[in-house]
Design a protein around this ligand. Sequence first.
Ligand code: ZN
Length: 159
Amino acid sequence: MQVDNNRVVSFHYLLRDDEGNELGHSGEVPVTYLHGHGNLVPGLETGLLGHEDGERLEFSVPPEQGYGAHQNLPSQRVPIKRLLGGKRPQPGEVVAYQADDGTRQATVIKVGKFNVDVDPNHPLAGQTLHFEVEILEVREATAEELAHGHAHGPGGHQH
Ligand code: ZN
C-alpha cells in the first residue's frame, strides 16, 4: 500500500547532517504516524509520499521543509517545572517544554534557581536533514485515529 493522506505509516529512519554525523534514529519500535496531519516535518512527509511498505529511501530535506532557518531570536525564560521530565538541566542540553502552541524543543543557555533561559530555535533549525528510511507498514487509519489526528499503538500515540 502506498503512503498517502489518512494512512498510518510505520518506518525506521537514520538522520544525518551535512557532514554525515548522526543526528538521530528510530529506536527498537519504528516511528508510526498518520500521514497528512502535520505529525512530521513537511519534508519528511513529502519524501515518504507515494512510496510503499518494504521500500528503502534516501532523501534530503532543506531547513525550510525541516525545522526552519536558524533565527536570531532573544532567549526565552522557561520555568523548570514546565520542562518535560521536570529535572534541572545543564547548559547546552536540549529540553522539551510545554508552550502555548504545544510541545517545543530548545537548547538551554543558562540555568537559574527556578527558571532556565533557552535558545528558542529548534536544535535542528538551519540544518539540512539527510534521511535514510525503511518503510515497514502502510495501513488505512481507523476512524478513531482520524478523529484524533494521530496514529495509535506501538510507535504512535499511547493514551
Ligand atoms: Zn488518540
